[in-house]
Write a protein that binds this ligand. Structure first.
Ligand code: ADP
Ligand code: ADP
Length: 220
């Protein structure tokens, strides 16, 4: 199963994707987590993208496409993968097509804009694992600490209100048009058009997880 998980920042992609990938027995490839790990490790890639990520802008297509094509060529992707955070631009979507990477499902998580703001400004993350919490909606067992390791949680620099607005604008301008692109693949006569699913991402985390499982035909 080759799946693209779409949705604006804060729609719950990170929260849902690890469990979904585990249930579908496919690797999860989350571009944001990969880039943040590089920043944390102060690798050359991390140094290159740190400032852009903190400002809420997208890193360059050239850089992200190279990174993703290398990742998708790894043997563990032969039986499928779940993409969280890629593609985000038309150039990135074209890179999949041009390299004959066929997608089976495009899943869009749909969430009201007012919920997105509350979710993002209250988000807490465990930087090493990428595990996500929310101060109110999904609090850790011990305040400010990761459930599994007990290590401190942090607020992402790009989750401040001003940068959140900017990221949502970038999503609407650059990424949202891809939803129409994928929805219309079949009408354009593309024999390998993916199945397009719109899933309601409002409601509690468990409900959304069940909707995703039902839509993809994966047992919870
Ligand atoms: P994305 O990866 O799409 O940016 P996240 O999965 O990181 O989104 O979720 C953003 C924030 O919203 C996190 O703080 C998370 O705990 C919270 N969240 C995720 N799903 C829900 C939900 N269904 N209801 C309430 N809060 C949620
Ligand atoms: P969210 O789901 O909350 O929007 P991510 O964790 O997916 O955020 O991404 C965080 C940041 O990483 C983005 O704002 C951007 O700077 C960078 N990034 C992630 N994926 C891509 C991509 N496909 N293209 C360009 N930049 C990306």
């Amino acid at each position: 199963m080759r799946i693209i998980l779409f949705g604006p920042p804060g729609s719950g992609k990170g929260t849902q994707s690890a469990y979904l990938a585990m249930r579908a027995k496919i690797p999860l490839i989350a571009t944001g987590d990969t880039l943040r790990a590089a920043v944390l490790a102060k690798s050359p890639l991390g140094c290159q993208v740190k400032r852009v990520m903190e400002s809420g802008e997208l890193v360059s297509d050239q850089l992200i496409v190279k990174l993703m094509l290398e990742r998708l060529a790894q043997p563990d992707c032969r039986r499928g993968f779940l993409l969280d955070g890629f593609p985000r631009t038309r150039v990135q979507a074209n890179s999949l097509k041009d390299n004959n990477i066929v997608i089976d499902y495009v899943v869009e998580l749909v969430v009201a804009q007012s919920s997105l703001l509350k979710r993002l400004t209250g988000r807490l993350v465990h930087p090493v694992s990428g595990r996500v919490y929310h101060a109110e909606y999904n609090p850790p067992k011990r305040q400010g600490l990761d459930n599994l390791t007990g290590e401190p949680l942090i607020k992402r620099k790009d989750d401040c209100e001003e940068t959140v607005y900017k990221r949502l604008q970038i999503y609407h301008k650059q990424t949202e048009p891809l939803t129409a692109y994928y929805q219309n693949c079949r009408q354009r006569g593309d024999a390998q058009a993916p199945c397009y699913l719109r899933v309601d991402g409002d409601g509690d985390i468990e409900q959304v997880s069940q909707r995703l499982g039902r839509g993809l035909g994966i047992a919870n």
